[in-house]
Design a protein around this ligand. Sequence first.
Ligand SMILES: *Cc1c(COP(=O)(O)O)cnc(C)c1O
Length: 314
Amino acid sequence: MRELPELSVHHADPSTFPPGIAYMDGQYLPIGEAKISVLDYGFLHSDATYDVAHVWKGAFFRLEDHLERFFSGLEKLHMTIPYDRAQVAEILHNCVALSGLQNSYVEFICTRGMSPTFSRDPREAINRFIAFAIPFGSVANSEQMEQGLHAAVTPIVRIPPESVDPTVKNYHWLDLVSGLYVAYDQGADTAILVDTSGNISEGPGFNIFCVTDGKISTPKLGVLKGITRQTVFDICREMQIECVAEDVPPTKLKRADEVFVTSTAGGVMPVTKIDAAPVGSGSPGSITRRITESYWRMHEDTQNRMVVEYPAMA
Ligand SMILES: *Cc1c(COP(=O)(O)O)cnc(C)c1O
């Protein structure tokens, strides 16, 4: 064989970053060793569904809700895995326990997989389940949590629900990633996409809320039903703050007193600037702060927690 020229390495080394544990094919592995075939349709066609739960101070938060959403996604995509809910919960638990991470981002995925004959018929593919636990990550860094995010409302339309069911958590992210580049060009931190009617939809991995005269609104259609979004509904009910899912035009968002976004990756995060203008006073608002505090307090409730039992240190 002809000798190949030496290549400079441009990819991050997955064997050293980030730390974590994955599960695939019946085995627990260091995250850097968990690899799939390039022929997997999850990779080639984004033919996959997934979920992300988190562990905070050694316990999963609302894991049942994540399992429910994941299994309902499998059904809608005609996928099957050889594990039931309790077994998936056990696998996720084991990934976290073996990783030793007290605060963890726990992703579980089902890809279409590949068919033994590389047939193009998705019914012939053998679906693949993968799970992993890595350190907890956030949409907003600590400075952005303090000061608030700067978001750009982009003209990019989120894939409509008539094309891809948004309630099935999926990797159709090119619209979201394109939005990020539009946002970066404007000096913003993140992007907000619109729906086919021009109303606000969602951003890269988060749902959007605005507070106007003490009332909260969040887009109703064409968005993933976030578990954090649901948690905000629950918190608002408890605090007796009106919170409704409805159409949110960009003008409403821009004139709002407060704006915040929600994701398992970070929780409740303030937005203090949209396009070129400050939101309200330009600093995180009091309702956003109260909801954020309540969100983290809910992590202490035993009914929301599944405690991780870590192996004793050697
Ligand atoms: C995961 C995700 C969210 C947030 O959902 P959570 O369950 O709160 O993490 C919002 N939008 C999209 C597109 C997502 O993938």
